[in-house]
Each structure stands twice: as C-alpha cells, then as structure tokens.
Design a protein around this ligand. Structure first.
Ligand SMILES: [Zn+2]
Length: 94
C-alpha cells in the first residue's frame, strides 16, 4: 500500500537554510487523473507555516504546479520559477 505521507529534507526557513525535515501529506487524489482539473493536493508541514501544493491538469493536458507559499506567490505563477516545496516533491518522483 502506498503511504500518503512522505518525509524529506529541504533547505529550512532560517537564514542559514540548514536542511530541515519537511512532511508532505496527500489530502486529495482525483479518481480521474487524466481529466482537466485538480489532480493531487498536498499539505506541506515543516516550514514557517503550512502550505498547500496543488497539481492541476489544464484543458490542454499540461500539468501545472501551484504552491501557496510566499516564494511561489511573489515570484509569479507565470514565470518558470518553481519553489523548493514543489521541487522537493518532484524530486521524490510523485
Ligand atoms: Zn512553496
């Protein structure tokens, strides 16, 4: 059985960005992942706050990541910037 909680290490929220433990919890999985809409929803714990990451499938079939952290919001959703939470999740192969 696949676990819905993954632990990983990411650069921490402190100035030194020392690696800190982060936890991803899968809160939603679309039963029809190939339809446009939200495919997966994750909760991220370990940072200053809890964040939410959404993986969305656009009508074109392209996948798009969203994160609610300040880094992702301020640097613009239309730029190629991907925040460390999303990168961490991608690195885990999910
Ligand atoms: Zn983020």
């Amino acid at each position: 059985m696949q676990s819905n909680v993954i632990f990983t290490s990411l650069p921490g929220p402190t100035r030194k960005r020392q690696p800190s433990p982060y936890c991803y919890r899968l809160t939603y999985r679309n039963p029809q992942p190939h339809e446009p809409g939200c495919v997966l929803l994750w909760e991220v714990c370990g940072g200053r706050q809890e964040y939410q990451i959404a993986l969305e499938r656009e009508a074109t079939g392209k996948l798009r990541w969203h994160c609610t952290c300040a880094d992702a919001v301020y640097r613009g959703e239309d730029s190629p910037h991907t925040c460390k939470h999303v990168r961490g999740l991608q690195a885990l192969g999910r």
